[in-house]
Design a protein around this ligand. Structure first.
Ligand SMILES: Cc1cc2nc3c(=O)[nH]c(=O)nc-3n(C[C@H](O)[C@H](O)[C@H](O)COP(=O)(O)OP(=O)(O)OC[C@H]3O[C@@H](n4cnc5c(N)ncnc54)[C@H](O)[C@@H]3O)c2cc1C
Length: 257
C-alpha cells in the first residue's frame, strides 16, 4: 500500500520544488501509478492548486499543463485540429475513461515508462518539457535524463506543420502495449518513435526523398533495439514495428495526396 505522513497542497511551484528536495517527499499527479506501489512517504505534494490543468494554444505551440489529464489530451479540440487526432489515438486504449480522467500528462511524461503511449506519441512531434529549475528541455533529451527532484511544469508541442499518426498493438484490450509506434512527417523528413520495445520510447529522424514507405519503414525499424518479455519476443516486436511504421507512413502519404 502507498501511504504518506503529510499532505501539502502547494501554493507555488517554488514551495513544491523546495518540499520535493527531501528524499522522503513525492510529487503526485493523478496518483494512479504511485498508488499501485508499496512505499511509505513523508510528504505528498499536490500540484492541483497551481493552475497547471489547462491546454493552451499559443499560436506557434500548444502548452499542456502537467496536471492535465489523459482524457483532456483525448478530447481537446485544439490538439485534435493541430495534430490530426494523434493524441486521441494514443491515449484511447489506456485502461478506460475513468482512469484517463485521473492519470495526468505530468505523471506520464515524468515517469518515462517503457510502455508509455504518451511518451511514444509526443516524441514523434517537436516536443519539450518545462522544468521548474531545469528550464525548457527537448523531450528527446528529457527522456534520457536520470530521474531528479525537479518539478515538471508543462509540455510544449510546436505546431511546426508535422502531420502525425499513431498505432499500438495490445494482446488484449487495455493491457500495456506489445509495441507502440508513432510517425510524423514534414515534407521529405520523417520522425519515427517506437516504444514498448519493451524499453522506453526512442525517436529517429530519416529523410524520405526518393524512397518508398516499405524502404523507409525497414530502415527506420532497423535502427531500434528490441527486447523480450511476457508480452512478446524481440523478433516479434521488430517485425511488428516494421509493419506498423510502414502502415503509418502510408496513412500520412495518403493524407498529403
Ligand atoms: C493499471 C495501469 C495501467 C496503465 N496502462 C497504461 C498504458 O497502457 N499506456 C500508458 O501509456 N500508460 C499506462 N499507465 C500509466 C498511466 O497512463 C500514467 O502514466 C501513470 O498513471 C502516471 O500518471 P499519474 O498522473 O497517475 O502519476 P502519479 O502516479 O501521480 O506519478 C507518477 C510519477 O510521476 C511523478 N510526477 C507526477 N507529476 C509530476 C510533476 N509534475 N513533476 C515531477 N514529477 C511528477 C511522481 O512523483 C511519480 O514518480 C497505466 C497505469 C496503471 C496504474
Amino acid at each position: 500500500m502507498f501511504s504518506a505522513r503529510e499532505y501539502v497542497k502547494a501554493k507555488s511551484l517554488e514551495e513544491a520544488w523546495e518540499l520535493n528536495q527531501k528524499r522522503s517527499s513525492v510529487i503526485v499527479g493523478g496518483m494512479m501509478w504511485l498508488k499501485m506501489g508499496n512505499s511509505q512517504k513523508g510528504t505528498v505534494i499536490d500540484l492541483s492548486g497551481l493552475g497547471l490543468n489547462t491546454i493552451e494554444d499559443r499560436g506557434e505551440e500548444i502548452s499542456i499543463g502537467a496536471m492535465c489529464t489523459l482524457r483532456q489530451l483525448e478530447t481537446d479540440e485544439g490538439l485534435e485540429r493541430a495534430f490530426n487526432g494523434v493524441f486521441r489515438e494514443c491515449v484511447r486504449h489506456i485502461v478506460g475513461v475513468q482512469f484517463r480522467n485521473g492519470a495526468t500528462v505530468g505523471g506520464s511524461v515524468y515517469g518515462r515508462y517503457g510502455f508509455s503511449d504518451v511518451l511514444t506519441c509526443l516524441l514523434a512531434l517537436d516536443s519539450y518539457v518545462e522544468l521548474y529549475r531545469g528550464g525548457v528541455v527537448s523531450l528527446e533529451e528529457f527522456a534520457k535524463m536520470p530521474y531528479d527532484r525537479d518539478v515538471l511544469v508543462r509540455i510544449i508541442v510546436k505546431k511546426d506543420g508535422r502531420k502525425a499518426a499513431y498505432v499500438t498493438q495490445r494482446n488484449t484490450k487495455t493491457d500495456f502495449p506489445v509495441i507502440a509506434c508513432a510517425v510524423s512527417r514534414k515534407g521529405d523528413d520523417w520522425w519515427v518513435s517506437v516504444g514498448a520495445r519493451p524499453k522506453k520510447a526512442e525517436r529517429i529522424q530519416i529523410s524520405g526523398a526518393g524512397k518508398t514507405a516499405a524502404q523507409l519503414a525497414g530502415e527506420a525499424a532497423g535502427q531500434f533495439s528490441y527486447g523480450s518479455n511476457l508480452r512478446g519476443s524481440a523478433e516479434y516486436r521488430a517485425h511488428l514495428a516494421e509493419v506498423y511504421v510502414k502502415r503509418l507512413m502510408e496513412t500520412l502519404e495518403k493524407e498529403e495526396a
